[in-house]
Write a protein of this length. Structure first.
Length: 203
């Protein structure tokens, strides 16, 4: 999971504000991410993409297995002492042809599988990036509206994996408010889009 730096928001008025007048807040970005409705929706969609990719690969490996089964059958026919030399030679030619097909297909599937895996990894990164960007935007708007000068991610960790924020006093935890605003914004989105969709359907 992405980790945000200790500072999410700094007020533009910091330089002119006395230290005693500064307002601090904290937010649990991990909780906000997991309880954001769009996170689960994105996870379900991503899971569907993974399952679709897996099915495609399984189907292609099934074709490969069919080739291997055919090769095994041809191998037995080639070694059958009852068969004539002409038949064995013919089967040997068929075996070599199937072997070439199998090698080419194996390479093709492996390359396709690697490409798809990389695509899914990149998709996952982009999904998380976009979700976190949306969360940060809500945190920023909420902080500005409430007059906070600093908002810290209390789940942020340093390179040593030690939490960056070890102690805080008199800092408001705005996590629940952020989650409410995120999901309220999410629920309002379809309603806001409805008139445009209805207008688009008019002749």
């Amino acid at each position: 999971m992405l980790r945000f730096s200790i500072l999410i928001l700094t007020s533009a008025f910091l330089t002119s504000a006395p230290a005693a007048d500064l307002k601090f807040a904290v937010v649990d970005m991990s909780k906000a991410f997991s309880e954001f409705q769009k996170t689960q929706e994105a996870a379900d969609k991503f899971k569907g993409n993974v399952e679709k990719a897996q099915k495609e690969m399984n189907d292609r490996w099934a074709v490969y297995k069919g080739l291997m089964d055919t090769m095994q059958k041809l191998k037995k026919e080639i070694s059958d002492p009852i068969s004539s030399p002409d038949v064995r030679n013919k089967k040997a030619g068929e075996f070599e042809e199937k072997a070439r097909e199998a090698r080419a297909l194996e390479q093709e599937i492996t390359e396709a599988q690697n490409r798809r895996t990389n695509q899914l990894k990149q998709e996952d990164v982009e999904i998380r990036r976009d979700l976190y960007a949306e969360i940060v935007a809500v945190v920023r708007d909420h902080a500005k509206a409430q007059g906070f000068d600093f908002v810290f991610d209390k789940t942020g960790a340093s390179l040593s994996t030690v939490p960056v924020l070890l102690y805080y006093k008199d800092a408001a935890d705005i996590t629940d408010q952020v989650i409410v605003e995120l999901n309220k914004k999410r629920d309002a989105a379809p309603a806001a889009d409805a008139p445009a969709g209805a207008a688009a359907g008019k002749p």
